[in-house]
Design a protein around this ligand. Sequence first.
Ligand code: HGY
Ligand code: MN
Ligand code: MN
Length: 426
Amino acid sequence: MHTTVVNSLLGAIDDIGRDARRGGYSRPVYSEAELTLREWFTAEATARGLDVSTDANGIIWAWWDLPNAADAGDASRDGALVTGSHLDSVPGGGAFDGPLGVASALAAYDLLAAREAAGELHRTRALAIAVFPEEEGSRFGVACLGSRLLAGAIDPVRALALRDRDGNTFADVATAHGLDPDRMGRDDATLARIGHFVELHVEQGRGLNSEAYTDHAGRGPAIAVGNSILGHGRWRLRFTGQGNHAGTTLMTDRADPMVAAAQTIIAVRAIAAAQDDARATVGRIEPIPGGTNVIASIVDVWLDVRHPDDAITAAIVEKIHLDAQTIAAAEGCAVELVEESLSGTVHFDTTLTRSLVDSVRGRVPDAPLLPTGAGHDAGVLAAVVPTGMIYVRNPTGISHSPEEFVEDADADAGALALAEALADLL
Ligand code: HGY
Ligand code: MN
Ligand code: MN
């Protein structure tokens, strides 16, 4: 059975949150764009007869109960199979990071519901589609904020005090959208309902499209199964100098934090390049006050460091911090390092991953097992429930950029693979 449901679902949201300045999409959590996507998902799930609700942490749940659920009541949802992803994006992100997993879950539901109606699927448990808020951490700075709250991986007090660039606290924004800050945090009742979590996601990086899996004619498997997620974290380096006038301050009289930040950014690349498998990135820099004719008084630089070995990630950050201190001192500046978000390397549940491989290879025999350098809610939930991932080929591997792409046929293959995997787990 061939489905183009995924592509029509994605087509329906194609214009939501487009960013004319950056290109691509900017859909920060609880922005108008992301709220519109939440409404889109809720409408699509409700139209399918799913029972849709939003929990205390802002996670949307769309339940496909067992046929006899009325008798079993809530207990019938214990140990459910859950799939889904996120709808928020990075600034100027692609169309697929997050929404592909949500649209594929809806398309997979359609395939499974048809099989159940035809008497070809006899489920032993409920299925839920979950949509997690703030997976990218683009607004409040902590990646996977919704799944971290659910799993108890972040103190709700800290989460509620997080601020966006306009100074709004997560508490205020969440309250404005109907949540009760006092009810946020680890949710054991909801965790008890998650027997397995399977997330489908657009591939990010050169895996399926590498020579290892794609021949010169571009042929190769469109689907992969995930086995691990690289440990990763985010730190803020704050350089403090002396704000002053660009025209009246001699070069010998300056303590310019911008110069210290710039030298440190070069050092970041050198330190990461010297360590196999390490990735370190500065994608965001914010001078205060940020005037063209003003020597900055403060420059904030955000660091993203990743490595398979968490101890090496820590050592890289420590080396960067030491170099930053030396550089700052030479410029008459000071520097402080603050950790904002940290996720250790995750290995997905081996039994679940085995099941996913067997299901996927029923349709895509040469589907490989791949590690990923990208974080996901599945990575956070892996600490509390068995989780696994399925990736759909991205011809360029480019992500967190408008060039992120998935061929229609591969998106369909992803929905079919997800449906197969879920059917075998239901
Ligand atoms: O940053 C990441 O790896 C993910 O896209 N949030
Ligand atoms: Mn994502
Ligand atoms: Mn992402």
